[in-house]
Structure formats: structure tokens, C-alpha cells
Design a protein around this ligand. Structure first.
Ligand code: NAG
Ligand code: NAG
Ligand code: NAG
Ligand code: NAG
Ligand code: NAG
Length: 503
């Protein structure tokens, strides 16, 4: 009895140390540094999609009449398979997310592959403040302070897409052509919201892995980390437990003399470790991203990875000889994520340390997604989302105060089933349950045309990825269902149009 009580007390002390190190946890970014477009780790032959790159002079502020300078919005366009305005060829518009649009185009094979079947034009407009689409002439100026960043919002981005597609319709004399929206992750949220806000502009939206309910208290804040943890637990309970134990091990080692040096050595870090929290962040990112890209076949979306990458991580963590320390096991495991090619000489922890990315600005203004991790069900260090400290961090980093209730005021979220049943139509919410973002999305059918397509074995917007020979049957079927639903939106549109013309 006494012994276990003592062990328990020691655990509490160690835990409370790690708590302080984690005073503010970054909300897991959708794509983090990967979306920046600086990655060059494509080893296999990437599919080649043919498109033209163009720029459109876009208003900086759609919601005022102030005479601000415009900025060039980049968009990718292909009319190769478009059957044209006479035959009312559809326009497929992918809502660009928080990063370089070429990268999203490259990773959204689904839209390119189905365009010929629909005789559709393909459009990939870039999201403002990302990639090449920055106002004020340069990223430095655009990201200078809260005033220059204030036009980086989801509402402005949706208005950009709407203005652009209206302009192009006019240019092509294609006013009668139906627009279908696509998007994955944050782009999926934009697609769903755009269908709701601009129903006269788009006939429907495929919103893949779109966590539109990850706000306020609509879903429990521990959902994300619980799903990541379950991804590991389903492969191996011992693996889950090693990871769960490793945080105290790291915190404890970090406090001993030369402990930080030893940690840096164990994990093959390029630099000295200044605080154990940096190592926590690096490991947490790896586990979270692994769950997002836990695809059944080898992929190179974020990193070069094998199929079922978490299975491989756990195989290595569990598989090293008896007597191997927990930290060495963890090192073996994260090597799968950070070093599957075997090419990493040492590891840089520097994962956007100042948090000055566009997504962090968005997270500090509108996109406030509370995240906690639960002591029992999660393998991550226990943490409770603290709005006060989150707000302090945002004030410090950007000089802004978040508006955590704005998104649900602007787009809804509470009572989503009741409202979308009455006021929504033609939206597909597709989710794979391995994806940690699935917990914040719509997982139940709402009406005949607002449907949830849920796959047990899917990860982050796998349906939008280019098809491969290794696609499992459920994925092929999922895409076929999506195609059938999109066809029905377009044929409904045509029928209604004909009915009007016949009158
Ligand atoms: C931000 O920078 C702009 C351009 O240099 C300047 O005019 C503005 O006053 C600055 N705003 C704040 C809040 O510092
Ligand atoms: C359509 O776009 C092309 C290429 O940007 C431009 O040359 C042309 O003037 C535009 N036409 C109309 C009617 O806006
Ligand atoms: C990456 O893997 C290779 C091959 O297994 C290994 O030699 C190298 O030390 C690893 N890099 C790091 C940083 O651990
Ligand atoms: C939340 O953070 C604030 C400011 O950092 C702190 O004063 C407060 O004690 C924290 N609350 C909880 C419940 O930890
Ligand atoms: C929703 O309805 C579609 C048919 O439109 C069906 O394929 C799908 O399985 C349903 N989703 C759920 C979560 O029941």
C-alpha cells in the first residue's frame, strides 16, 4: 500500500513538472510546416496534372468600401476536359487551404481524375496570405503586424473564391455552368461553409475531413488526442504504454545533470536541447501527423512513409531487444516518421518555434479549437485547454485577442443537425475514423442530401488523394458513392434549369 502511494506521489511531482513545460500547447496544425511549400521530399514519380497558372487582382477587404490596394491571387486552371458553356460543363473548384496551392493540387488527384468523366473545368484558387497570394507586395509586409494580418480570415477567403469564380464565369460566358466545391481539412471546412454562405454560386460541396464542429464545447476537447492515442492502442497496447510512460521519463531525465545533453544524444538531435518541452512538441507532432496520414499504402504526403505507418512505429517500439530503455524505444519509433528514408543525419527540432505562421494567426483569431488530453484515455501528457493562457500567448505573439465564438456565430455549429436539415443541402462530409480530425466533423447523415460518408479505416482526406493500385475496396467504393452524389447534384441542377426554360 505505502509503496504504491509513494510511487503515485512521485508520479504526481514529475507530472506537475511536465505540466509547466506545457503551459501552452500549440493546437495541432492541420499541415504545419508542410503546407508552406518548401518540401522537396518526393522520391517516387508524382502524377503530372496539366494546368495553367494565372493571377487575379483581388480586393483586400471584401467587407468595406475603403480604397485599399488589391493583391494578386494565384489560381490554377485547366479547361482541357471542359465541355464548355453551351453544354453547361461543370466547374470544379477546390477551396485552397493554408499553404501553397500547387502542393494541394498535386495531392488532390481525385478532382483531376474525375474531371474528364464530368467534362469539368478544374480550378484551384490559392488561399490569401499563403503561397504566392500575399498582399502588401511581400510575405514580410503581409505578416508584419495585426493590422496587415487582419484580412487573413476564412470569410475573406470565401469571398475571394466567390468573386473569382463569378469573374471567370463571365469571362467564359459560362454563367449557366454549375460549380461544385471540393476541399480537404481546413479546405473542406471552407467548401462546406461556402456552400452554406453562397448557395447561389455553388450547387454542392464535398467536404473531406472537415472538422467544422471542433469549436467551443461542441465536441469534447480531448477528442483529437484520444483518436491519435487509439490509433496506437489498436496496433499495440504495449506500444501505447511505452509512449505514455515516456513523457515522465523525458521530464525526469531532463532534470538530472547533463540530462538535456543525454536526451539530445539519445534522439540524435542536431542542436543542444534547451528545454524538454521542445522534445515533447517534436514527438507530439510526429504522433499526431502519423495518425493523420495513417494510410493503408505507402505515401509521401507529409513524409516518406510505409503503409500503415503506425503499425510500423509500434513494431519498432515493441520489437527492440528486452532491456532497451523506453527512450531508446521511442527513438526507434519516431525514426519511422522523421527518417524512413534513412537519410536524416540528425534531427532539427525547430518546428516553427515562434508560431508566426499564417495558420497560427488564424488559430489566434477565429479558428480557436480547444484541445485537451485526458489522463486516462490519452497517451499524451495530461493537459487541460486553458483559454486564459491561450489568449495571453496570442496577445504576446500577434497582439490580438481571439474571438472564440465568432466561427459558430458566422457559420453555425451548435445544433448543426437541426439547422442543416432545414437550411442545408448537397454537402458530403467524408471522414475516416483513423483521422484525429474526424471527431470534430459531421459523422451522421443529416438529410437526404447532407450526408456523412464514414470509413473505419480511412485517414485524413484519403478520398481526395490520387488513386493508387493499392487502394482498398472500401476506398474505391467511397469514391464511387461521392461521384454518384455529385452527379445527382448536377442532374438536379439541369432538371431545374430545364424546367425554368420550359415555362
Ligand atoms: C503595422 O504596420 C503598418 C505598416 O508599416 C503600420 O502602418 C501600422 O500602424 C502597424 N500597425 C500596428 C498595430 O503596429
Ligand atoms: C477573359 O480573360 C482573358 C485572359 O485573362 C482576357 O484576355 C479577356 O479579355 C477576358 N475576357 C473578358 C470578356 O473578360
Ligand atoms: C536515419 O536512419 C539511418 C539508417 O537507419 C541511420 O543511419 C541514421 O543515423 C538515422 N538518422 C538519425 C538522425 O537518427
Ligand atoms: C490558466 O492560465 C492562467 C494564466 O496563465 C493561470 O493564471 C490559471 O491558473 C490557469 N488555470 C488553470 C485551471 O490552470
Ligand atoms: C448516409 O447515407 C448514405 C447514402 O446516401 C450512405 O451511403 C451512408 O452510409 C450513410 N452514412 C451514415 C453515417 O449512415
Amino acid at each position: 500500500m505505502r509503496k504504491s502511494a509513494l510511487v503515485f506521489t512521485v508520479a504526481i511531482i514529475v507530472l506537475s513538472c511536465s505540466w509547466q513545460l506545457l503551459a501552452w500547447r500549440h493546437a495541432p496544425r492541420f499541415l504545419g510546416k508542410f503546407a508552406a511549400g518548401t518540401h522537396t521530399h518526393t522520391h517516387t514519380q508524382a502524377p503530372e496534372y496539366r494546368y495553367e497558372t494565372r493571377y487575379f487582382q483581388q480586393r483586400l477587404d471584401h467587407f468595406s468600401f475603403s480604397d485599399l490596394p488589391t493583391f494578386p491571387q494565384r489560381y490554377l486552371i485547366s479547361t482541357e476536359h471542359w465541355v464548355g458553356p453551351q453544354r453547361l460543363g461543370p466547374i470544379f473548384l477546390y477551396c485552397g487551404n493554408e499553404g501553397d496551392i500547387e502542393w494541394f493540387a498535386q495531392n488532390t488527384g481525385f478532382v483531376w481524375e474525375i474531371a474528364p468523366r464530368f467534362g469539368a473545368m478544374v480550378l484551384f484558387p490559392e488561399h490569401r496570405y499563403y503561397g504566392d497570394s500575399v498582399p502588401y507586395g511581400s510575405t514580410e509586409e503581409a505578416y508584419k503586424n495585426a493590422t496587415t494580418l487582419s484580412y487573413l480570415t476564412a470569410e475573406q477567403a470565401l469571398a475571394d473564391f466567390s468573386v473569382l469564380v463569378s469573374h471567370l464565369k463571365q469571362n467564359f460566358s459560362a454563367q449557366g455552368c454549375p460549380v461544385v466545391l471540393f476541399g480537404g481539412s481546413y479546405g473542406g471546412m471552407l467548401a462546406a461553409w461556402m456552400r452554406l454562405k453562397y448557395p447561389h454560386i455553388a450547387v454542392g460541396a464535398l467536404a473531406s475531413s472537415a472538422p467544422i464542429l471542433q469549436f467551443e464545447d461542441i465536441v469534447p476537447p480531448q477528442t483529437f488526442y484520444d483518436i491519435v492515442s487509439n490509433n496506437f492502442k489498436r496496433e499495440s497496447v504495449t506500444c501505447f504504454n511505452y509512449i505514455k510512460q515516456s513523457w515522465n521519463e523525458i521530464a525526469y531525465t531532463g532534470q538530472t545533470s547533463n540530462g538535456l545533453e543525454r536526451l539530445a544524444k539519445t534522439f540524435n538531435l542536431c542542436q543542444i536541447l534547451k528545454r524538454t518541452g521542445d522534445l515533447y512538441d517534436w514527438l507530439e507532432s510526429a504522433y499526431s501527423f502519423l495518425a493523420m496520414v495513417n494510410y493503408p499504402y505507402p505515401s509521401e504526403f507529409l513524409m516518406t512513409l510505409p503503409g500503415h505507418p503506425i503499425r510500423e512505429v509500434c513494431r519498432r517500439i515493441d520489437g527492440v531487444p528486452d532491456g532497451t530503455s523506453i527512450l531508446e524505444r521511442i527513438y526507434e519509433g519516431v525514426n519511422v516518421y522523421y527518417n524512413y528514408t534513412g537519410e536524416a543525419k540528425c534531427f532539427e527540432l525547430d518546428d516553427d518555434p515562434h508560431g508566426m505562421s499564417g495558420w497560427n494567426w488564424q488559430a489566434c483569431t477565429e479558428m480557436v479549437m480547444p484541445m485537451s488530453s485526458n489522463q486516462e484515455s490519452s497517451m499524451f501528457p495530461p493537459y487541460e485547454f486553458n483559454y486564459t493562457s491561450f489568449q495571453e500567448e496570442c496577445l504576446m505573439n500577434f497582439g490580438v485577442k481571439p474571438r472564440p465564438k465568432w466561427i459558430t456565430t458566422e457559420f453555425g455549429g451548435h445544433d448543426v443537425h437541426a439547422t442543416l436539415k432545414k437550411f442545408g443541402s448537397n454537402i458530403i462530409f467524408s471522414n475516416g475514423l483513423l483521422d484525429p480530425w474526424s471527431g470534430g466533423s459531421v459523422l451522421q447523415n443529416i438529410s437526404e442530401s447532407v450526408v456523412a460518408l464514414v470509413t473505419e479505416e480511412g485517414a485524413h482526406h484519403i478520398d481526395l488523394r490520387p488513386s493508387t493500385e493499392d487502394d482498398p475496396d472500401w476506398l474505391v467504393e467511397l469514391r464511387e458513392t461521392e461521384i454518384r452524389l455529385i452527379e445527382s447534384w448536377i442532374s438536379d441542377y439541369h432538371q431545374k434549369n430545364n424546367a425554368i426554360f420550359d415555362m
